[in-house]
Design a protein around this ligand. Structure first.
Ligand SMILES: Nc1ncnc2c1ncn2[C@@H]1O[C@H](COP(=O)(O)OP(=O)(O)OP(=O)(O)O)[C@@H](O)[C@H]1O
Ligand SMILES: Nc1nc2c(ncn2[C@@H]2O[C@H](COP(=O)(O)O)[C@@H](O)[C@H]2O)c(=O)[nH]1
Length: 206
């Protein structure tokens, strides 16, 4: 499928900082919209339905998968997560630039559907720092943190399938890298569209 806007996909092990980076990017970039995913995970302390996620029951989620409502979905850390068509289709069709914050399994599904999607993987500087960040965030119990740390070791091996890798050691540096990727992709896409136009013009086609 091809849409007129850019599609960015950001994945990372839990706690690497992708939500923080995407949130800061959105504050600086009014041309970018983030997709709100559906999940069966219970809300954390400050989370609201329709803001961080659409929180649904497992039967509701399964019904959506059967109806084909998702562009992609996956089981992550024991919960189900998915990007609904309703969340992004109209915005992509309108030519808006969309960013998805999803896990690596979803990212690879999106690349299959939208080959022009740009996949960005965020790495923490070390596993020790990742563990510290999960503890400092203070949102998850010890068992959840243990699961996420175990999964992190498998997830980082997937970075090789991504177009770009950013190491989120110093936050401002990682944000700069993310902005640069978005900017470069916009220029590349615009240039490609202009050259297609130029070819059409030269051939006197409309
Ligand atoms: N560069 C950084 N240095 C130190 N702390 C950071 C940095 N980036 C993010 N953090 C902190 O690390 C914690 C985890 O960040 P965040 O919630 O953005 O991670 P995440 O990758 O979105 O995790 P999840 O997938 O679980 O939602 C937060 O408390 C955040 O403030
Ligand atoms: N495949 C998908 N993964 C998603 C989606 N939305 C979020 N996620 C990923 O799940 C984990 C855990 O998130 P958390 O909010 O419980 O910490 C993280 O890697 C998210 O990126 C989705 O729609 N599809």
């Amino acid at each position: 499928m091809e849409y007129p806007g850019n599609l960015f996909v950001v994945a990372a092990p839990s706690g690497a900082g992708k939500s923080s980076l995407v949130k800061s990017l959105l504050e600086l970039d009014s041309h970018l919209v983030v997709s709100i995913s559906h999940t069966t995970r219970p809300p954390r302390g400050q989370e609201h339905d329709g803001r961080e996620y659409w929180f649904v029951s497992e039967p509701e989620f399964r019904a959506m998968t059967e109806r084909g409502d998702f562009f992609e979905w996956a089981e992550v850390h024991g919960n189900l997560y998915g990007t609904s068509r309703a969340a992004i289709e109209s915005r992509m069709a309108a030519g808006e630039d969309v960013i998805l914050e999803i896990d690596w399994q979803g990212a690879l599904q999106i690349k299959q559907l939208f080959p022009h999607a740009v996949l960005i993987f965020i790495l923490p500087p070390s596993f020790e720092e990742l563990l510290q960040r999960l503890h400092r965030r203070g949102e998850d119990g010890a068992d959840v943190i243990e699961t996420r740390m175990a999964n992190a070791r498998l997830e980082v091996a997937q970075a090789r399938h991504f177009d770009f890798v950013i190491i989120n050691a110093l936050f401002e540096t990682a944000l700069f890298d993310l902005k640069a990727i978005v900017h470069a992709q916009r220029l590349k896409y615009a240039a490609q569209r202009r050259s297609r136009r130029a070819v059409f013009d030269a051939l006197n086609l409309s």
